[in-house]
Ligand binder design. Structure first.
Ligand SMILES: C[S@@+](CC[C@H](N)C(=O)[O-])C[C@H]1O[C@@H](n2cnc3c(N)ncnc32)[C@H](O)[C@@H]1O
Length: 270
């Protein structure tokens, strides 16, 4: 593992320890039976009943376990040992059988060495791909783990959001490049789910354009079923966004907006 990834892993280990007690993640609600999934991925992926589902970058497993509650046999993978430990604890606390939900500690790029098998569905979501340096290799790994005819689905923060530093009044302020092959360094003394101070505040991330993501999937052997862009985001990314009754955050009505969520469904070619 290179220095970028080990620095990121220290950061995510710390957040995995912190996040289960933050209101944003609402573990109590989950334990009471609520799903942590957004309506978007549930509607667009459709029924997972009886399917095998591989969740890449599962964090501490709430979404993975929510898919298990919908009838899938799930495998969550993440490179953070703390996240995997917390995911297994949450699974046991939620009374979900280990035969239905397993968690594997692995870097995405090392997954073929750490996991066997093929899956009906490969899923990943919000805040995942910016941590990955090589989007082409990521797509090859998705293809590797999909059964022929299997489905890949991603609901992700739209790449355009990464080019916006903040909002200026009611408008998005573009400050970072949308097109960039370089690694970016970010420093913060707090995470995104609470204002608790953190020790491992350095992270490295990569920008991938919508075109890069689509072309990587096509080149790896997937047929794109749809690509959707939405002027809404699942968390309060900018201070002037307004939360709707549906839990999504949007720019105020009538004001200019930008795409803030991207979803893609694709099928592995036979
Ligand atoms: C924002 S979280 C994803 C949250 C996700 N939407 C969920 O289900 O909660 C990003 C996750 O990616 C993981 N991650 C980052 N780089 C990774 C890598 N190279 N391999 C595997 N996991 C990685 C982090 O440990 C973290 O748990």
């Amino acid at each position: 593992m290179d220095d970028f990834r080990s620095t990121n892993r220290d950061h995510w280990d710390e957040l995995a320890d912190l996040h289960p007690s933050t209101p944003l993640y609402d573990v109590d609600g989950f334990l009471d039976g609520e799903s942590s999934l957004m309506d978007l991925e549930r509607d667009e992926l459709g029924s997972v009943e009886g399917k095998s589902l591989l969740h890449l970058q599962c964090h501490f497993g709430m979404d993975t376990l929510s898919w298990a509650r919908e009838g899938a046999t799930v495998t969550g993978i993440d490179f953070s040992p703390k996240a995997i430990e917390m995911a297994r604890e949450l699974r046991d606390e939620a009374g979900i059988d280990a035969g239905q939900a397993r968690f594997v500690e692995s870097d995405v790029y090392e997954l073929p060495e750490n996991l066997d098998g093929e899956f009906d569905i490969v899923f990943t979501s919000y805040g995942a791909i910016t941590w990955l340096s090589d989007i082409g290799r990521w797509a090859e790994i998705i293809d590797h783990f999909l059964t022929p005819g299997g489905t890949f689905y991603i609901a992700e923060v739209h790449p355009v959001v990464g080019a916006v530093s903040e909002t200026n009044g009611e408008f998005a302020k573009f400050e970072y490049p949308y097109f960039s092959d370089e690694v970016h360094r970010f420093e913060s003394d707090e995470g995104y789910a609470s204002d608790d101070k953190i020790e491992h505040g350095t992270t490295f991330y990569w920008a991938h354009t919508t075109g890069d993501i689509l072309n990587a999937l096509i080149t790896a052997g997937l047929d794109i079923e749809f690509v959707h862009e939405f002027p809404k985001i699942c968390y309060e990314r900018f201070p002037n966004l307004v939360e709707g009754d549906d839990g999504w955050w949007r720019f105020p009505t009538g004001k200019p907006d930008i795409p803030m969520t991207l979803s893609i469904r694709a099928t592995k070619r036979d």
